[in-house]
Design a binder for this molecule. Structure first.
Ligand code: CAA
Ligand code: NAI
Length: 701
């Protein structure tokens, strides 16, 4: 409990006042914090005994910004701009004491202080762009005054936190202080007083703006590059305009325009979608029935079985998280190949400047390859990534049961097999679960954690914690064929194949999705993943997909053979191929399908609505706990544009009534019962509600 209000404390160390924000977990700047800061700094101003002040935060970080949960609600005075103006005009030096991740409004607050000292390793940034916004409390005006407009724009449009060590020489921080931060900040304030340093305000600095004022060419080029990459995202041009104002307009005018742009973006559909994903991503890690206090088990050593495409990437994930890992293969040559690929992947990152050679060596050093299965005896978390064959997986798990130490988590990376059946081959099904990584496993952020019937809560908690350590986005899902992501993807693939048989061409289908915002369409994606993968699976199950299998039989496996649905002329750009067009038209004729023109609206609806429908079934069956979990899967695993908030969020925007009607129409026309609206979707549509409004209390009804 603070002395000003529950979130704000004001204490004194001689003539230095120390104002502390204490609003766990990240000291977000909710209304009470803002009001308390104004009150505290008015007292600082009026207290003749106080000569300088320190602004610090309790807990794990200096403020990480505005309270995002307040966005979309009526604004309550005082705003952050008023807080910053109060601090700036307090008439005494104010030193911000930074640690952790001062982000967004938190960093803007620090830029409003006269001086900044930081603990080593502090990372600052303006991540508003990731919420579809621009910094709204002077960030686009003050940061350019410290580090120049071009560099400020880069930081603002990337949104990524930057270590203060990289920004210190620009005066973003005045000192990096190891040791007790509060004491160091107080000592710094005393030094400012004793040296009679001026009361510098960032807003008054002009020196870093002069180059852009004389010639804005470099800024314009940087701005054009950012806008081009932004693919229609409104927040990016807003950031550009606002940063440009920093050198073209007086501070107050620039700040007023920044606020106007911020308010405009705040009400945009894009920002709402991005804020939804921010919270959904964090919510997805919560298992509703998990008792409070379910603690993750200790993970000191990892194990991976199979050094193929996935196993190698998974071993890298362990090493990237700083966990030593044993990688087991059947034969030395397969192991050598796997280890060589790992080294090559790391070396590529080093050559692109993403990793130091020293760090690469450290990570490679954490991976030990072996053909001796018994080497897994001391591993705490073992992930199996052998071929997708139930018999083989069962043998591997029976063997694991024999050698793994008690309490070790036994995970399978299966993409389709029944995790319960695998768990049943062990005497410890409570320790078995699925960790479904996405390819390339060392790159893709999504991790579906598959909860088996008997998986223990602390085993689940361990998998979630490990996923976070690996910098993944974990989502807990239930057991079913394809889990959440691939189960929905399957419906899209079926419909994509139908569309080309009915009259569209692969480039038309892909264009509908890239215009929607996906990085690539279903056919370019098949070409990237390899058309032969599905072909082999279907052959095994006695199934056939007309066009895809014809292409595979011709050896057109996709990018790896230079052709698939498209041609690849040496690069990765898909080029429409008349030969494929002929194959498709012949197939339509052979199957007696009358080809017709299909517009992009129909293409989009037929690709996306069946996925939403399957998402509704996934919710009904309890395979996903919340619609937001499905959204997170699609944003992080399949390139769903984050500013459209994921399929279930998007469905609520379009309206379930419309989607239900269209699905019923497509089901009647095709005779495919799978397209009929799922009961949950149909019920919500009747009630005029969306998935987000399907609250748990009426789920049972
Ligand atoms: N507002 C409200 N809640 C927030 C929050 C914020 N700015 N930042 C984090 N939280 C909440 C999370 O939702 C989470 O809540 P639960 O525990 O209930 O799930 C909790 O704080 C912890 O967050 P994380 O799990 O993300 O913790 P972490 O240690 O992994 O990461 C972090 C910490 C780096 C600060 C990360 O939370 C983060 O990036 N936060 C967002 C920062 C941000 O975007 N700030 C800008 C806000 S917009 C703004 O400030 C506008 C402006 O100009 C005025
Ligand atoms: P892969 O064929 O590239 O690698 C499998 C490796 O396992 C091979 O190197 C093989 O020698 C090894 N292996 C086989 N039996 C073994 C045993 N008894 N002990 C030790 N090693 C053994 O296969 P991939 O693609 O890596 O797939 C592995 C698993 O991951 C499968 O279950 C697959 O369904 C799943 N998966 C694959 C994805 C992908 O995109 N490739 C994506 C997500 C999951």
């Amino acid at each position: 409990m603070g002395s000003v209000n529950p979130s704000i404390d004001l204490a004194h160390d001689g003539e230095i006042a120390v104002v502390t924000i204490d609003n766990p977990p990240v000291n977000a700047l909710k209304h009470e914090v803002r009001a308390g800061l104004i009150e505290a700094f008015q007292r600082v101003k009026n207290d003749a005994g106080v000569k300088a002040a320190v602004l610090a935060c309790a807990g794990r970080t200096f403020s990480a910004g505005a309270d995002i949960s307040e966005f979309g609600k009526p604004r309550r005075s005082p705003g952050l701009i008023e807080v910053i103006e109060t601090i700036e005009s307090v008439g005494k030096p104010v030193v911000a004491a930074l640690h952790g991740t001062p982000l967004g409004g938190g960093f803007e607050l620090a830029l409003g202080c006269h001086y900044r000292v930081a603990a080593p390793g502090t990372r600052v940034g303006l991540p508003e762009i990731k919420l579809g916004l621009l910094p709204g409390a002077g960030g686009t005006q003050r940061l350019p005054r410290l580090i120049g407009p071009e560099r400020a724009l880069q930081l603002i449009v990337s949104g990524n936190p930057t270590p203060v060590e990289e920004l210190a020489q620009d005066g973003v921080v005045d000192a990096i202080v190891p040791g007790d931060l509060r004491q160091e900040a107080i000592a710094f304030a005393r030094k400012v007083l004793s040296e009679r340093r001026p009361l510098t305000r960032v807003r008054d600095r002009e020196d870093r703006l002069s180059a852009a004022r004389a010639d804005a060419g470099a800024f314009t080029r940087a701005a054009d590059a950012s806008t081009k990459r932004a693919r229609g995202l409104r927040a990016v041009p807003a950031c550009v305009e606002s940063v440009r104002n920093s050198f073209e307009k007086p501070f107050d005018e620039g700040q007023a325009r920044e606020l106007a742009l911020f308010m405009e973006l705040l009400t945009s559909e894009e920002s709402r979608a991005q804020r939804h994903i921010f919270f959904a991503e964090r919510e997805a890690q919560k298992v509703p029935d998990m008792p409070a206090g379910s603690k993750p088990r200790d993970i000191r050593r990892g194990g991976v079985i199979g050094a193929g495409t996935m196993g190698g990437g998974i071993a890298m994930n362990f090493a990237n998280a700083g966990v030593s890992v044993t990688l087991v293969e059947t034969a030395p040559d397969a192991l050598d190949r796997g280890l060589a690929t790992i080294r090559k992947n790391y070396a590529n990152t080093v050559s692109r400047g993403g990793l130091s050679q020293e760090e690469m060596d450290r990570r490679v050093g954490l991976i030990t390859g072996t053909t001796d299965f018994n080497a897994l005896a001391d591993a705490d978390f073992i992930i199996e990534a052998v071929f997708e064959e139930m018999g083989l997986k069962k043998r591997v798990f029976a063997e694991l049961d024999r050698i793994a130490k008690p309490g070790a988590i036994l995970a399978t990376n299966t993409s389709t097999l029944d995790v319960n059946e695998i768990a049943a081959t062990t005497k410890r099904p409570q320790d078995v679960l699925g960790t479904h990584f996405f390819s390339p496993a060392n790159v893709m952020k999504l991790l579906e954690i598959v909860r088996g019937e008997k998986t223990a809560f602390d085993a689940l908690a361990t998998a979630i914690a490990l996923g976070r350590r690996m910098a993944k986005v974990p989502v807990v899902v239930g057991v079913c064929y394809g889990f959440v992501g691939n189960r929905m993807l399957h419906l899209r693939s079926v419909e994509a194949e139908r569309l080309i048989l009915e009259g569209a061409l692969p480039q038309d289908v892909d264009a509908a999705l890239t215009e929607f915002g996906f990085p690539m369409g279903p056919f370019a994606m098949s070409d990237l993943a390899g058309i032969d993968v599905g072909w082999r699976i279907r052959k095994g199950r006695g199934e056939r997909a007309e066009i895809s299998d014809t292409l595979a039989e011709m050896g057109r496996f996709g990018q790896k053979t230079g052709s698939g649905y498209f041609r690849y002329e040496g690069g990765r750009t898909p080029v429409p191929d008349p030969e494929v067009e002929k194959i498709i038209i012949d197939a339509s004729n052979r199957l007696g399908i009358q080809r017709r023109t299909i517009d992009s609206q129909e293409i989009l609806e037929r690709l996306i609505f069946p996925m939403i429908n399957e998402g509704a079934r996934i919710l009904e069956e309890g395979i996903a706990y919340r619609p937001g979990d499905i959204d997170v899967v699609w944003v992080y695993g399949y390139g769903w544009p984050v500013w459209r908030g994921g399929p279930m969020f998007y469905a609520d925007q379009v309206g379930l009534g419309y989607i239900g009607d269209r699905l019923a129409h497509y089901a009647a026309r095709s005779g495919d019962k799978a397209l009929e609206p799922a009961p949950l979707l149909a019920r919500l549509a009747r009630e005029g509600r969306g998935f987000a409004e399907n609250k748990s209390e009426d789920k049972a009804a």
